[in-house]
Design a protein around this ligand. Structure first.
Ligand code: ARG
Length: 383
C-alpha cells in the first residue's frame, strides 16, 4: 500500500518520493515531500503541501491533511477493502518479493563438547526467522552453521580427558562439559595445565592420531545431540561449516594480512589495529590461531564461494566488538566493503550470579528451558 501511495505522489512531483507510516491521528502514511521541494522552490513547505493536496484526485484516500508542512494520507475504505481481497486471494504469498539477491546467514553455531545453550537457541530461532523472511522476499538464502569445533579450548579438554584417564567413548556431553569446567578450576592453582592444554591443541593441529580421534568422537557426539534440537525445532541449516573447516585456509589469511600490513607483530603475537576500536589478535604469542582468524577465513570463503550480496551474522550482543573488528578487517584486506556485512544481535540472558559461562559451570540447559516454556504456555492456555 505504501508503494501505491508513493506512486500517486510521484505522478505530481519530480522527486524520489517516500512516505512513512505515521501515528494514528496523523493518518496511515505521511510525506515530507514539501520540505524537500521547499529547498528549490522558495515557497514555504505548508503552501507547497496545500497545493499538492488540491492536485491529488484519488479514491485511494478518504482524507488528506496538511499539518506543519507534512502531507498526511488517510486510506479510504475502498482502498482497504481492495487490499483485503488481495490478501485473501494471494494467501501466504501476499507480500512475497522477487529480490533475486543472495544472502549468506550465519546462525545457531553452537560449540562442540558443550551443551546447546540458551544463546544458541536464540540464534537458531532468530536466525531461521531471518532466513525465512529473506527467502519470502525473493532472496536466494544460504544458511551456515559456523560450528565451534576448533580452538585452544579443545586442547584443554583433551588434556583433562587424558589427565583423568577417561574413556572418550563413554563420555556424555554433560561429562565433557564438566571436564572443561574442572580444567579451569584446577588450572587456577596449577599453571602448568594451561601449557598442557596448549600442547594438546598443538598436537591436534599437527594431526596427532590420538588427539584427532578423541576430537572426532566429541564432534560426532555433539552433532548427534544438536540434531535432536534441530529436529525438535524443525530447523534445517543448509551447511555445517565449522571452524575446523578453515584450518588449512588460515595460513594464507595470516600471510595476506601481514603482506598487506593489516596485521603486525606485537610482543610475539600478531595483532590488527584500528583507529576506533581496541586491537584484535590474529595469532597468539604461542602461534595458535584465534576465533578472529577463523572468522576471517570463513568470510573470505563465503565471499569467494557464494558471491553474496549480503552476509548476515546472527550472534549475541556480547560479540559486537568482535564482529566490528571482523568487518573492518575484511575491508582493510580489500575483500569487500564492510557495509555488505551485518551483525544482527540478540541480547543476553543473565543469571542472578552474572553472565552465563560454561567455564564457570553457569549454564541453563536447553531441555529445561523448553520444558519450562511448555509448562508456561500450558498455564496461559489454561487461564
Ligand atoms: N560458536 C560461537 C559461540 O558460541 C558463535 C559463532 C558465531 N559465528 C561466527 N561466525 N563467529 O560463541
Amino acid at each position: 500500500m505504501r508503494e501505491k501511495v508513493e506512486k500517486i505522489l510521484k505522478q505530481l512531483v519530480n522527486e524520489d518520493v517516500r512516505v512513512e507510516r505515521t501515528q494514528e491521528e496523523h493518518g496511515d502514511y505521511a510525506s515530507n515531500i514539501a520540505f524537500l521541494l521547499a529547498k528549490t522552490e522558495k515557497e514555504n513547505p505548508s503552501d507547497i503541501a496545500k497545493k499538492l493536496k488540491t492536485k491529488i484526485k484519488s479514491d485511494f484516500f478518504s482524507k488528506i491533511e496538511v499539518k506543519n508542512g507534512f502531507l498526511n494520507f488517510f486510506l479510504s475504505e475502498k482502498a482497504l477493502k481492495e487490499e483485503l481481497s488481495n490478501i485473501l486471494e494471494e494467501k501466504e504469498d501476499y507480500g512475497k518479493g522477487v529480490s533475486g539477491k543472495r544472502v549468506v546467514i550465519d546462525y545457531s553455531s553452537p560449540n562442540i563438547a558443550k551443551s546447546f545453550g540458551v544463546g544458541h537457541l536464540r540464534s537458531t530461532i532468530i536466525g531461521q526467522s531471518i532466513y525465512n523472511i529473506y527467502k519470502f522476499l525473493g532472496w536466494e538464502t544460504l544458511g551456515i552453521n559456523h560450528l565451534g569445533d576448533w580452538g585452544t579450548q579443545y586442547g584443554k579438554l583433551l588434556y583433562q580427558i587424558k589427565k583423568e584417564n577417561k574413556d572418550p567413548r563413554k563420555l556424555s556431553i554433560k561429562e565433557l562439559e564438566e571436564l572443561y569446567v574442572r580444567f579451569h578450576k584446577e588450572a587456577e592453582n596449577d599453571k602448568k595445565m594451561e601449557e598442557g592444554g596448549r600442547e594438546w591443541f598443538s598436537k591436534l593441529e599437527k594431526g596427532d592420531k590420538e588427539a584427532r580421534k578423541i576430537w572426532e568422537m566429541c564432534r560426532e557426539k555433539s552433532l548427534r545431540e544438536f540434531q535432536k534440537v534441530y529436529d525438535d525445532l524443525e530447523v534445517e541449516i543448509d551447511y555445517v561449516l565449522g571452524e575446523s573447516f578453515y584450518e588449512d585456509k588460515l595460513k594464507e589469511v595470516i600471510e595476506e594480512a601481514e603482506k598487506k600490513k593489516v596485521a603486525k607483530k606485537s610482543r610475539g603475537a600478531l595483532i590488527i589495529e584500528f583507529d576506533d576500536m581496541p586491537p584484535a589478535m590474529a595469532l597468539k604469542s604461542d602461534g595458535s590461531t584465534t576465533y578472529l582468524t577463523r572468522d576471517l577465513a570463513a568470510a573470505k570463503y563465503r565471499l569467494e564461494e557464494f558471491s553474496p550480496d549480503l552476509l548476515v551474522y546472527e550472534i549475541g550482543a556480547d560479540q559486537t566488538l568482535h564482529m566490528k573488528q571482523l568487518f573492518s578487517t575484511v575491508e582493510k584486506l580489500g575483500w569487500s566493503k564492510k557495509e555488505r556485512f551485518i551483525h544482527i544481535s540478540h541480547g543476553m540472558f543473565r543469571l542472578k550470579e552474572g553472565k552465563f559461562s560454561t567455564r564457570k559451570g553457569r549454564t541453563v540447559h536447553l531441555e529445561e528451558v523448553l520444558s519450562l516454556a511448555k509448562e508456561k504456555a500450558e498455564e496461559i492456555i489454561e487461564s
